[in-house]
Design a protein around this ligand. Structure first.
Ligand SMILES: *[C@@H]1O[C@H](CO)[C@@H](O)[C@H](O)[C@H]1NC(C)=O
Ligand SMILES: *[C@@H]1O[C@H](CO)[C@@H](O)[C@H](O)[C@H]1NC(C)=O
Ligand SMILES: *[C@@H]1O[C@H](CO)[C@@H](O)[C@H](O)[C@H]1NC(C)=O
Ligand SMILES: *[C@@H]1O[C@H](CO)[C@@H](O)[C@H](O)[C@H]1NC(C)=O
Length: 321
């Protein structure tokens, strides 16, 4: 039985590989898989997975809205990225919209991360590395938003968002909400401080979205990089206010919130709530159990088909959300 640990490891690898191939089609080159071939009528975002998603979307209905979301994370967060890829790839595709979700890292300084992140890029092509250092509140927000107009100049987006890696955007709900907004000087998110009438508001760092003209303005205004006081996301609200770029603000007060369940020893408040069906985003998903309960609540597990290969009792959870 001394081989057991090895065979367990092998089995785990094989099981993950099979699950991966079965459920993460975006990780593959769909152009090749479906033999669609590159389409000359649609050369927007012609790199890797983006291209494949775009072509899938375009084949159905014409795309009239393009949204980019950068999930800000650190090189060492390998498991979190795997979870996020799973969570985003299993979401229903919003109609008439092309959504590109990528991870945003600062300049990678460790040997192991340079190599392993390169392998992730080869496999998924969903990572952007911008010029900054991985310290809290040390210029990553400016580095990210100012890089986007240059990186995607050939195929601009209508909206560009930034999200934490412990945030789960429900993309269809987000898209439905921003679709109603003006496509200029727009700023979408959870307005803080909540229930507090004051001038100096800003969107919570859990996730916010601005229109393309705003990121172009940010890139063209390098002095913003030094306009830094407390939290970068709070500073961001200040930049827009000073630049008069926040004319179309949409506060998703009830539908964006921090995760809460009855087992937690804190109470609900204006920012922390129980999961609800019309959610745009849930934040503070700090551990696997919170992710699991959240994804189960949003019925992502309904995709599990009966099979003789497994018997998983999803109803037998101790805690019912
Ligand atoms: C995907 O496949 C197409 C067509 O074969 C090819 O041109 C493209 O380079 C591939 N992309 C990646 C990221 O492998
Ligand atoms: C990255 O940022 C640093 C500090 O702002 C700057 O000195 C350097 O030239 C930048 N590197 C590139 C490749 O833009
Ligand atoms: C490609 O991008 C351009 C510029 O944003 C846009 O006008 C065009 O509709 C896009 N095409 C597709 C198929 O998304
Ligand atoms: C999940 O599915 C059940 C059964 O179809 C439904 O009643 C419930 O509203 C769904 N929950 C969400 C959050 O959509």
């Amino acid at each position: 039985m001394s081989y057991q640990p090895l065979s367990l490891v092998l089995l785990t690898v094989i099981v993950f590989a099979v699950i991966y191939l079965a459920v993460v089609p975006d990780g593959l080159n769909l152009t090749e898989v479906f033999g669609a071939g590159p389409s000359s009528s649609c050369d927007n975002n012609s790199n890797g997975a983006g291209s494949a998603k775009n072509q899938l979307q375009a084949a159905n209905k014409p795309v009239d809205l393009r949204v980019f979301i950068g999930i800000v994370t650190v090189p060492s967060a390998y498991e979190r990225r795997a979870l996020l890829r799973l969570a985003y790839s299993l979401q229903p595709r919003p109609v008439r919209t092309f959504v590109d979700v990528r991870f945003v890292l600062c300049t990678i300084d460790k040997e192991e991360d340079r190599i392993l992140v390169s392998l992730e890029v080869i496999a998924h092509d969903d990572i952007i590395v911008v010029n900054c250092t991985e310290n809290m509140n040390d210029g990553k927000t400016y580095a990210y938003f100012s890089a986007v107009p240059r990186l995607f100049a050939a195929a601009p987006y209508d909206y560009v968002g930034k999200a934490d890696d412990d945030n789960y955007y429900r993309v269809a709900a987000l898209v439905e909400s921003v679709r109603e907004m003006a496509r200029r000087e727009a700023y979408h998110g959870l307005l803080l401080p909540c229930h507090w009438e004051q001038e100096e508001t800003y969107m919570s760092g859990m996730g916010y979205v601005v229109s393309w003209d705003v990121v172009v303005w940010i890139a063209a205004t390098p002095e913003l990089a030094d306009d830094h006081h407390v939290w970068e996301d709070e500073d961001f609200g200040g930049w827009l206010r000073k630049g008069g770029k926040n004319k179309n603000v949409h506060d998703e007060q009830e539908r964006m919130y921090d995760y809460w369940d009855r087992e937690m020893d804190t109470d609900q408040n204006c920012q922390r709530r129980e999961l609800r069906a019309d959610t745009v985003a849930v934040h503070q998903l700090k551990d696997r159990l919170k992710w699991a309960r959240t994804l189960h609540f949003f019925n992502v597990t309904q995709g599990l088909r009966p099979s003789k290969m497994y018997d998983i009792d999803l109803e037998n959870n101790i805690y019912k959300v």
